[in-house]
Design a protein. Structure first.
Ligand SMILES: Cc1cc2nc3c(=O)[nH]c(=O)nc-3n(C[C@H](O)[C@H](O)[C@H](O)COP(=O)(O)OP(=O)(O)OC[C@H]3O[C@@H](n4cnc5c(N)ncnc54)[C@H](O)[C@@H]3O)c2cc1C
Length: 352
């Protein structure tokens, strides 16, 4: 640590100084925050000082004295807030280059797991192994990558294909919309549950999420929707899926029954599973951290402390609550940040 930075870090009223340095870095006043002895700090020293104060590793290569570009501002904002982003790093598991999860606990004072809920519900039926049968999330992100202009995106596409989407929820709807835009020949969407009513029964469901027929803009762009259908098998030729075998089902006393003689077959060159997510992926990071799970397989932690059963390890978002919505992830992220601040500092001024 340079003498200049040491002096900065050691000086009194660090919080004020960091705030002022942040002002400098955000361009309020580019160069010129003076130390107590009247020396002027160089801009890069201030950046380093803020990073060090907040306990992060800082790696800024900025030509001294040059005006800050919008990208510099963005990068430095991250530094000011003490964040170092490392993309493309898998925590836990055995993939080449992955970071052993325990090293996080060893090297940091607190670890927040916000790894989503990415274990998809599968369908163990004959033909499941055929080429062309995919989870929705093997398919959807590729389109984001194409739109973003990424090179080398795997060629999986619905173009010119008979597409069957299994699952009638939001992810299924995204599969329908994406398949339409890619130029699918036909799209059928199956749902296991019976067709819901056009209007909910308000006195019965309030204040809970109303069960009623939902038609998204993706559905309006075109697809055949079918309810109370169960997939029984996939049929293929030369390893590729060509058809799907299904039957109609009845729900009696909360139990599912196949309707005798209702079996039918449908052309299918691309089958997309959108049947929801069971819980976060346990293998790898979570198992390595040794966190306990709740009855649904999510990471067990309450919404006061957000602490898991493993000391110093916190969990928030889909990892903790199961597959949900962005608004919940934002709320939990903010509350978890506050809980971690309290854990580290004994108190927090962050909002809950
Ligand atoms: C297809 C689809 C459509 C959706 N549409 C909507 C919608 O329209 N509106 C809405 O509100 N919500 C929607 N959701 C739900 C929403 O995406 C989630 O609720 C929200 O993103 C959860 O945020 P999170 O931060 O908890 O986890 P995520 O956003 O899932 O982020 C988890 C991140 O952790 C990374 N990760 C996981 N494991 C590791 C590891 N071992 N090492 C390193 N990184 C790891 C993942 O790559 C991912 O980037 C949708 C979900 C899906 C799947």
């Amino acid at each position: 640590m340079s003498e200049l930075i040491q002096e900065y870090v050691d000086s009194g009223n660090q919080r004020l100084r960091v705030d002022r340095a942040a002002g400098v870095i955000r361009g309020v006043k580019l160069l010129g925050l003076s130390s107590r002895n009247g020396r002027r700090y160089r801009e890069d020293a201030l950046v380093d000082a803020v990073g060090l104060y907040e306990g992060t590793k800082v790696n800024i290569n900025h030509p001294k004295g040059h005006p800050l570009s919008p990208r510099d501002y963005r990068d430095r904002l991250g530094v000011v807030r003490g964040v170092e982003f490392r993309a493309g790093v898998a925590v836990g598991g055995t993939a080449p280059g992955s970071l052993p999860a325990r090293t996080l606990v060893e090297e940091f004072d607190a670890v927040a797991i916000t790894a989503g809920s990415e274990h998809p519900r599968d369908l163990a039926v004959p033909g499941r192994e055929l080429d062309g049968v995919h989870f929705a999330m093997d398919f959807l992100p590729l389109q984001n990558r194409r739109v973003a202009g990424d090179a080398d995106v795997p060629p999986l596409s619905a173009h010119g294909k008979h597409v069957v989407v299994i699952g009638g929820g939001d992810t299924g709807s995204d599969c329908v919309g994406t398949s339409n835009r890619q130029g699918a020949t036909s799209i059928v969407q199956f749902e296991l549950l019976p067709q819901p009513p056009e209007h909910e029964n308000k006195p019965l469901v309030w204040p809970y999420w109303p069960i009623k027929m939902r038609t998204s803009t993706s559905h309006e762009e075109g697809c055949d929707r079918d309810w109370a259908v169960q997939t029984k098998a996939f049929r293929g030729e030369r390893g590729k899926v060509k058809a799907l075998v299904a039957c109609r089902v009845d729900w009696k006393d909360g139990k599912l029954h196949d309707v005798p003689g209702s079996e039918f077959e449908l052309k299918a060159d691309l089958v997309l599973f959108a049947m929801g997510y069971v819980h976060p992926v346990h293998e790898g990071m979570l198992d390595e951290l040794g966190v306990k799970y709740d009855a649904r397989g999510n990471v067990a932690a309450d919404t006061e402390c957000y602490q898991t059963s493993t000391p110093k390890v916190f969990a928030a978002g889909d990892t903790r609550r199961g597959q949900s919505l962005v608004v919940w992830a934002i709320r939990e992220g903010r509350q978890c940040a506050r809980a971690i601040d309290e854990f580290l500092m004994g108190a927090s001024e962050l909002p809950r």
